[in-house]
Write a protein of this length. Structure first.
Length: 194
């Protein structure tokens, strides 16, 4: 996959790290693999990792074991709980749960704790996309300060975007294959995917 800047420079995305292999992350990972992009899937659930590595998944009914098996056998999908491998990918996608709290606001605990876990492994030139359902401003108010505290400059040597999730579980008409991907970033550059 190639992202094209409106200013004519290009960033090659040859590998993607998907963090959270649930109902949003797993279909997204499989979609990237089906587009011939190398994917490392990250999760904290060892049972989930084990079942995916054996070409099965019993926790998402609308995704067939055959689709998982084809992706693993293609050699482009690896799954792990080793978050240091974030340094191996060009783009990182956070697909983490954000359950509503008592005030019906997204609880960002999974997002913030995951950020603390992966920040030491960021490298220059990576793109981080938040795809968890959350309130406007999360990317800029919560994620950006954490990344900048690591010495990165957003829009210069690290890129930060928000992209709404596109998964409608069980709906064959609207899937990650048929719904266009929208990225909203903090940098002034405009990207379009080829």
């Amino acid at each position: 996959m190639r992202l094209e800047w409106s200013k004519c420079s290009k960033i090659d995305i040859n590998s993607v790290g998907i963090i959270g292999l649930g109902y949003v992350g797993l279909p997204l990972a499989l979609t990237y693999v089906e587009a011939d992009v190398k994917v490392i899937g990250f999760d904290i659930d060892d049972d989930k990792i084990r079942t995916l590595l054996t070409h099965k998944k019993d926790y998402i009914k609308h995704i067939s074991d055959e689709r998982v098996q084809a992706s693993v056998e293609k050699g482009l999908l690896d799954v792990t709980g080793d978050f240091s491998r974030i340094s191996e990918v060009d783009a990182i996608v956070l697909c983490l749960p954000t359950p509503l709290n008592q005030y019906r606001e997204p609880n960002l605990t999974f997002v913030t704790s995951t950020m603390e876990r992966i920040l030491p492994f960021f490298k220059k030139g990576q793109v981080l996309s938040l795809e968890s359902t959350t309130y406007p401003g999360t990317t800029e108010e919560v994620l950006k300060p954490k990344i900048e505290a690591q010495g990165f400059t957003i829009g210069e040597d690290f890129y930060l975007v928000y992209s709404p999730e596109r998964e409608d579980p069980g709906n064959p008409e609207f899937t990650t294959h048929t719904i266009r991907k929208l990225l909203g970033g903090l940098q002034r550059h405009v990207w379009k995917s080829e």
